[in-house]
Design a protein around this ligand. Structure first.
Ligand code: ARG
Length: 562
């Protein structure tokens, strides 16, 4: 829809010194509605014309005319525009009606590939709150990227390799039992792993034993390999239950182990380029270009490769396989240095695509102000947390709407949605307090509030037995106008979310839309038989499209009743 564009053209008509694009880029939204719907600052034009901005503004005000402009007011150096509400309002609603779910689709992604490294929990360890954040943020980002016209590849880079598996195998063979692991795989494997460390404090030979088992694993020893495979499969089954609850899926589960046979070529390449330096017997790449970065460890003195080595191999593999235009790593901010190192090494290898690798960091999930820990028996199993959220949502529904059909499904959508929304409404770098009670409230800035507003809007349309059709008449009251203007902003909000890799832009936006909708709801009788009824319902319908699409981008469902 062309509101801003039309305005830019009308301004250009009077100010040919600036192109339509330049004008378009300068048009702002005033902070307060009583200052108009759009504002144009005259500073730059004033420079060109060598006039005082406020004089220029007052001279131009009467000259800019268009049927969509109701009034132009000079305020200091600004030109404030009030649009013809009824015309503009009808245009907004009808554009959304035309485009339906495709409203807000952008095309600048041009079908290019973007690889997202997300979730990536560690085998035989609990799925942590950090992995939850990575999953939820990464999934929303992928949806946003697709909305912008990119193709995405969601990769779950499982932590399924490393010396810890030698220790785990050793511990399992000493103290483990198959039945116990089968009964509750991850807690049991964690218990064995913790026990290994406790015992190793008393008996030093254990560490050596663990190392030997890892060596066997790397050399392809049958017993080691089949135990490792088993631990991996059992862990994946547990993770899969979480992904099913969250409604997230991946294009690839190639984890660290997948790169075992792909590291040599990177190491050879580094050698050929003379980038490897010996340091205490280990091979490192010195990153002198950036003095704040420690050397990147590539190979330990015993020949073992490291986390960074595998990430290097993975980056090359992904570049070759997917020809990505960007590679995003949605990983907690505590790994910032690691990603800077990996990127710096690739840059040193002369690969200009290193610049396309972006670490997308995020803060912690806190419980009572402290990091939620999975160490030392204090395991918070995420699956249980999600199930608890669903249960709480279920009792809320039970209290509010006991007759609701498919209560179970709705409780799941609300409980899971609450967790997702609570995460995404905060800027990702902020740490957030994890409180089920807060996130499940039906009021305030919560997932249930947004879903409830959607259900309310859907129920209005149901009661009116209204079939979607274009609006034939614009609304003129200020409540519906504020809501319509917000709906108009949707494409720009998506672009903003893309630019900052920031799903919170959409979460905050959909809260605004819902608040505006509910304010309007409090002011009008939707079903009143008057001239505006059809147009009101058209706006309700347009609102449902934007709310549902916002929720979809965040990775949430929009139940029509709740
Ligand atoms: N498994 C790692 C962890 O839990 C996260 C992996 C992040 N992705 C990466 N390419 N390094 O800390």
């Amino acid at each position: 829809m062309k509101l801003k564009q039309t305005l830019a053209e009308a301004i250009h008509h009077v100010i040919p010194e600036l192109s339509i694009e330049e004008i378009h880029a300068k048009i702002e939204k005033p902070k307060y509605a009583h200052h108009g719907d759009f504002a144009f600052p005259t500073f730059e034009l004033a420079k060109i014309k060598k006039q005082a901005p406020h004089l220029l503004a007052s001279n131009l005000a009467s000259e800019i005319n268009h049927s969509i402009i109701a009034k132009t007011e000079p305020v200091g150096p600004y030109l404030n525009f009030f649009l013809e509400k009824e015309i503009a309002q009808q245009q907004i609603v009808n554009t959304i009606f035309d485009k339906q779910q495709a409203y807000g689709d952008l095309t600048f992604g041009n079908g290019e590939n973007i690889v997202l490294d997300l979730s990536s929990p560690n085998i035989a360890k609990p799925f942590s709150m950090g992995h939850l954040r990575s999953t939820v943020i990464g999934n929303a980002l992928a949806n946003i990227l697709e909305k912008c016209g990119f193709k995405t590849i969601r990769i779950n880079y499982l932590g399924d390799w490393g010396t810890q598996f030698g220790k785990l195998i050793s511990a399992y063979l000493k103290w483990g039992s198959k039945e116990d692991v089968l009964k509750s795989p991850i807690p049991e494997l964690l218990k064995l792993y913790v026990k290994f460390h406790v015992e190793a404090e008393k008996d030093e030979t254990l560490i050596e034993e663990g190392r030997l088992w890892f060596k066997k694993l790397e050399d392809g020893n049958d017993e080691a390999l089949s135990l490792w495979k088993w631990f991996r499969e059992e862990s994946l089954l547990e993770f899969q239950r979480i992904y099913d609850l969250l409604g997230v899926s991946f294009d690839s589960n190639n984890g660290e182990a997948f790169y075992n046979d792909k590291m040599d070529s990177v190491i050879d390449h580094l050698k050929k380029m003379n980038l490897l330096t010996l340091s205490d017997g280990a091979e490192v790449v010195v990153l002198e270009e950036d003095p704040s970065l420690p050397p990147c460890l590539i190979k330990k003195s015993d020949g073992a490769t490291l986390y960074a080595t595998r990430d290097l191999a993975a980056a090359f593999y992904r570049k070759k396989t997917y020809q990505f235009s960007k590679a995003l790593y949605v990983v907690g901010q505590e790994q910032t240095i690691h990603f800077q190192q990996v990127k710096a090494v690739i840059k040193k290898m002369g690969e200009d695509w290193a610049k396309d690798m972006h670490h997308i960091p995020f803060g912690l999930l806190l419980k009572d102000g402290k990091k939620m820990s999975t160490r030392k028996g204090k395991v918070v199993l995420l699956e249980n947390v999600i199930r608890e959220a669903i249960q709480l949502a279920d009792s809320n529904i039970q209290a509010k709407n006991p007759e609701l059909p498919n209560k179970e499904e709705v409780a799941k959508q609300v409980g899971v949605g609450a967790i997702i929304f609570h995460d995404l409404k905060n800027y990702r770098l902020n740490s957030i307090e994890f409180s089920l009670e807060d996130m499940l409230k039906f009021e305030g800035e919560t997932g249930p509030y947004v879903q409830y507003t959607f259900a309310r809007a859907s129920s209005i349309l149901r009661k009116a037995t209204w079939t979607p059709k274009e609006s034939t008449k614009g609304l003129h009251d200020s409540y519906s106008w504020e809501l319509s203007k917000l709906l108009y902003d949707f494409p720009a909000v998506i672009e903003k979310a893309y630019v900052g890799f920031d799903p919170s832009a959409i979460a905050k936006y959909v809260i605004d839309v819902c608040q505006s909708f509910n304010t309007w709801y409090g002011q009008v009788k939707f079903l009143n038989e008057d001239q505006e009824k059809e147009s009101r319902l058209a706006l309700v319908y347009a609102s449902t499209i934007v709310i549902e699409e916002s929720l979809r981008l965040l990775g949430m469902k929009a139940p029509k009743e709740m």
